[in-house]
Design a protein around this ligand. Structure first.
Ligand SMILES: [Zn+2]
Length: 503
């Protein structure tokens, strides 16, 4: 009741004349609603007025309503991608066609420890020049670590340095960041100890932020890395978002049930732990991440790391600026072409990258379906892409329709309402967004209308930019941004801060 009163208050200034408000209304009829909570589908109408959902139920549209007949379609809250790498992509392409084509209405940027900086000017720029989608930004642990330590980062930070990192974290939160992210497996952050991360996470928690982490190891030592993550959650008293949950080496395959049991136990003991998972058995990262011991030129080490990842045919070069001809080939193929061993080939690509001050990006086919399925079936696992505009991995253009087409319709791993929950209210819960992520009167009208019989990804490792099928219409803050296969050109996206506050 209180909620409805406050909504009326909110809408009042926008609607000085009721007739005017009604003219701005659209009623979607005949769709089946998947409301984001996981509840069964239901046949009801939904009215959008201005930027909000004004009515849901079995009402008749008014004469002044614009009526949209959505027979055969599912109407759901717009999808929220909590791990999206479109920071640069959005600057060049604020229409974000490859994102809205998937039904996405909010992108959370700044994942894996790497964020824009400083935060305030970034937010201001995106507020002045909005995108088609809503955006929010997480402050990056590595970004802050580099600011404090510069090039001298290959060591544990001193207490003075940690206290500077903490105050920069506070500053970022104050300026509108929504949490702290880390990528502890990556070079810059890999030298940090747990105390450094805890100090910064505890600071982010004070301002209502959450901690999102690409943990220190996703392969042979993934269980140790998980324990460290849980310790951060406990000691920093911060909600956790485990990025792209996976078991990424041969040695830990089939261990999803054990991994899940540890997380369930932590949740039972009060750790607020959620995770996300992209719907592929291959990852995309830098070539160096393959080697936890960083012995890139040590043949025995390289051989072991490649074997752990499923062998030389499981590693494909996605992009390499110093030698673009490598792209699309596996390590095994490149070794044959160059008449050297795959171990030498790996070390050579690292050397060539170092000389040009860059690094090859690779696709590693080193997860198994059985583990991905087990993760997807956990109620605390949501869908996120870890991709974005221009991503060379098909997840950038395919993730959300792929889950609905492949995991729901074809494989039947999860029900449709549950999949929608994993794309909407579950990320909204982690973000502490109260007025997005479910279809409820008063909520923002971030909506997606799709065909459950045809929805499917089309992006592949060979053609990663192919747009999906089945997404009919997408609304962001009540404005149509995607209409039957095309972007409308509208850019109604907001910049959101902690608790979903609009700037
Ligand atoms: Zn990551």
């Amino acid at each position: 009741m209180r909620r409805q009163l406050s909504l009326a208050f909110l809408l009042l200034p926008l609607c000085p004349l009721p007739a005017l408000c009604q003219q701005q209304s659209t009623v979607i009829i005949n769709a089946q609603l998947a409301d984001g909570t996981g509840a069964p589908l239901r046949h009801v109408n939904l009215r959008i007025t201005g930027s909000r959902i004004a009515k849901i139920g079995n009402f008749k549209p008014a004469k002044s309503d614009k009526v949209l007949d959505a027979k055969g379609f599912i109407l759901a809250p717009g999808f929220i991608d909590i791990h999206n790498h479109s920071t640069e992509g959005l600057d060049a392409d604020p229409l974000a066609e490859s994102q809205i084509a998937q039904g996405l209405t909010s992108l959370i940027l700044g994942a894996d420890g790497d964020s824009p900086w400083p935060i305030a000017p970034w937010i201001e720029a995106h507020r002045k020049n909005p995108a088609s989608v809503n955006v929010a930004v997480i402050a990056g642990h590595a970004t802050i670590r580099e600011l404090v330590m510069g090039k001298d980062f290959r060591r544990v930070a001193t207490p003075e340095e940690i206290s500077k990192m903490v105050s920069l974290t506070a500053h970022a939160m104050h300026e509108g960041a929504i949490g702290l992210s880390s990528g502890l497996e990556y070079d810059l952050a890999s030298y940090s100890n747990t105390d450094e991360v805890i100090a910064m996470a505890a600071e982010a928690a004070k301002s209502g932020g959450f901690y999102m982490t690409h943990i220190r190891d996703e392969g042979n030592k993934s269980f140790e890395a998980l324990k460290e993550e849980i310790e951060v959650g406990k000691r920093a008293h911060i909600p956790i978002e485990h990025s792209h949950i996976k078991l990424g080496t041969v040695g830990v395959w089939h261990k999803a049930p054990e991994y899940i049991a540890i997380i369930n136990d932590a949740r039972k003991h009060g750790v607020d732990f959620l995770a996300d998972c992209y719907p592929y058995e291959a990852w995309h990262s830098g070539i160096k991440v393959l080697m936890p011991d960083k012995q890139y030129q040590n043949p025995a080490s390289v051989e072991k790391a490649i074997a752990d990842n499923g062998g030389p045919e499981s590693v494909t070069i996605a992009e390499f600026k110093p030698n673009p001809s490598y792209a699309g080939h596996t390590l095994g193929e490149l070794a044959k072409i160059n008449n050297i061993s795959y171990v030498e080939m790996y070390s050579r690509i690292v050397r060539e990258g170092d000389a040009a001050n860059t690094e090859a990006s690779i696709i590693g086919h080193s997860m198994i379906e059985e583990d991905v399925k087990a993760f997807y079936q956990q109620p605390w696992v949501m869908v996120a892409s870890d991709g974005g505009i221009g991503s060379e991995h098909p997840r950038g253009a395919g993730t959300f329709p792929r889950v609905l087409g492949l995991y729901v319709r074809e494989k039947k791993w999860i029900t449709l309402p549950e999949a929608i929950r994993k794309m909407t209210s579950l990320p909204a819960k982690r973000l502490n967004w109260k007025d997005r992520g479910t279809l409820k009167v008063g909520n923002y009208a971030d909506l997606v209308l799709f065909n459950p019989d045809t929805i499917l990804d089309r992006a592949t490792f060979e053609k990663p930019f192919e747009l999906p099928t089945g997404i009919e219409k997408v609304f962001v803050n009540g404005t149509l941004v995607w209409d039957t296969g095309k972007a409308t050109g509208a850019k109604p996206g907001s910049v959101l801060t902690v608790s979903g506050k609009t700037l």
